[in-house]
Design a protein around this ligand. Sequence first.
Ligand code: C2O
Ligand code: CU
Length: 542
Amino acid sequence: KVIHHHKFVVESSPHSRLCRTKEILTVNGEFPGPTLKARRGDKMIIEVYNKATYNITIHWHGLKQERNPWSDGPEYITQCPIQPGKKFTYRVDLSVEEGTVWWHAHNGWARATVHGAIIVYPMLGSEYPFPKPHAEFPIILGEWWKKNVMEIPGKANLTGGEPLISDAYTINGQPGYFYPCSKKGSYKMMVEQGKRYLLRIINAIMDESMFFAIVEHELTLVGKDGFYMKPFTTDYLMITPGQSMDVLLEANQSPGNYFIAARAYADAVGAGFDKTIVTAFLQYQGSYHSSRSPLPNLPPYNRTQAATDFNKQFRSLASENHPAKVPLVVDTHLLYTLSVNLLNCSTEKPCKGPFGKRFASSVNNISFITPKIDILQAYYYGIEGVFEEDFPRKPPNKFNYTSDNLPENLLTPSFGTKVLVLEYNCSVELIFQGTNVLASDNHPVHLHGYSFYVVGRGFGNFNPKKDPLNYNLVDPSQETTVGVPKNGWVAIRFWADNPGVWLLHCHIERHLTWGMSMVFIVKNGATPRSRIVRPPHDLPTC
Ligand code: C2O
Ligand code: CU
């Protein structure tokens, strides 16, 4: 096995965007952070030194980390954060995924600037299941914030009234043509006419899904979230926070300078967001005139249908080399509602949210409270009083989830640090049901420690009698972050074959901050190879 050693120094460093220089939290001074490359089957050992003044943890988004939740990263879920001046060594296993995944900070809002790509190539001697690209480009969709992002969650929890809107979207760290002082720095992707390229696109934006397109160039999607897909060709992508997509591009147009562009897909009533189009350039070699091309045809920002039309094309390869191991019989049925809620203010919790209230978010009407020591340690060592094992398998009350006039009493969630315990290797079907409790939204749900098959999706309320008849159990896409459509539902299936403590949450950062998360504890199996590995000796303490 090849082992790659990396050193991550988390430190504040100066960067200039939007006509001003400011200090941001970075890894090794870079924004976006370093790209890690390896082959499937390799391992990575990353020593993380915290030279910042904030706590830090790093999550390896989209990697299974089989039996090793200790290196998964979410603060107070699988570890205590690395405190300033301290270090922790993460062990990352790449035996399952192939394609593009990523890493990001998983404490507070640090991931706004602390993130980067992970590229997993096929094993030596094996090939891509698609025509070989001439070269590849990581494309990281990110943001620039004038405010200090580390201060946002505190404020957001207090008031809920904070608009939480960034000052620019970025492509590989650059805002591009339509933002002040940004034209010159625009990211340029240099290509040769007649060649094929692989784009590894990651949405590292905190709160917005994005439509993405390149003028006069079709995109062929070949992978998502570290799993290959049956290729399909499209004019635009819709990529939610947390997702990564592998896309082939043929440089088959007349040499020139073409806009690469993305704009938000945001369809929630009342939620503010930046409506500017973020750009970069696709530049053919030998064509250096900088005439401005037209913009690509991006769907309008509220076109939910365009998002759905794109998503429903996903199919896994389901081939001999990349089989789909979809559970056909289910023993654990779960139904989770995803809601945005409103809370009354009190003197202890003053607030400035809408109608004199503040926002909350919930899964099955429970808004997650982050504990003071991590759930993994508490579970492993039997420390009591940290979490409760009674997370409900279905919503506490049945209602018409997507109705336009829901009763006011649904607005208020309950609170708790609740987990659901699963038997090792049980087969799970989990329905994510969007609700219109306060306002409906597209919720990109991410599950740590697992990938899952998306066997069905639809608008309205999930119908347990009719909808399963239309499931795709043959070649459903394998994903780790799935967009649950606004006012709709998604059905996923997976084998609970990875023992540990695993976070499930909406990857829209403000929803996560407001409590849209829950935790699975998957028990050990009977054999030594189906048990959580031993904790590392350098585990941070709280
Ligand atoms: Cu991309 Cu819990 O994270
Ligand atoms: Cu959400």
